[in-house]
Design a binder for this molecule. Sequence first.
Ligand SMILES: Nc1nc2c(ncn2[C@@H]2O[C@H](COP(=O)(O)OP(=O)(O)OP(=O)(O)O)[C@@H](O)[C@H]2O)c(=O)[nH]1
Length: 206
Amino acid sequence: MSQQIPTLKLLLIGNSNVGKSSLLLRFTDDTFLPQEEVSATIGVDFKVSMMEVNGKMYKLTIWDTAGQERFRTLTSSYYRGAQGVILVYDVSNRDTFDALNTWWNEVNTYCSSPDVVKMIVGNKVDKESSRVVTYEEGANFARKLSTLFVECSAKTKVGVKQAFEELVEKIIETPSLWQKDAAPNSTVRMSADDDKEESGGDSCAC
Ligand SMILES: Nc1nc2c(ncn2[C@@H]2O[C@H](COP(=O)(O)OP(=O)(O)OP(=O)(O)O)[C@@H](O)[C@H]2O)c(=O)[nH]1
């Protein structure tokens, strides 16, 4: 029997090296690659994952974008149809925290709807001895922008599942994102194509 599964598009953005790909891999495959096996994202990559919330299944397409400017092309297309955006920084690198202002501006440029759910994520909390951005700084910044905030570590996995779950729950609680998602293009049937992105990316929540 076929089953209609709502699809959510989530986006990971932030400076190069903050751990976006590692967070994605930890969340989808519960894996962390050693440093020598990690390479910079070129352009964009995405993975698909299923999540159950309140007894209902959701299909997440999670887009991992390149932090390096030279690999960032077609930026507006990353944002098209996104319902949630995760802005990542590295708690052991202040430049990556300061850069959140620029990333925030990019989100607001390409996502005109204020309803798109945003979350600030401070990654690499396992590096406590080299931490330069405190929890309070991260939380205050997120409070000022009225966004969700989570600290986590892709390496130890602390906080990673919580971050994605909080984001998805908030999206589900935001009716305007769902009203747009009610378009036929944005639901999918369970099929062998499940690891491919459905072509209904035009139902832009932004
Ligand atoms: N200690 C520690 N290292 C991490 C963590 N997450 C990622 N790293 C390391 O940080 C480096 C960069 O990780 P990536 O996941 O490639 O970072 P990215 O943000 O996707 O980088 P770009 O693809 O260039 O945008 C790698 O050496 C990872 O092993 C973490 O939670 N703790």
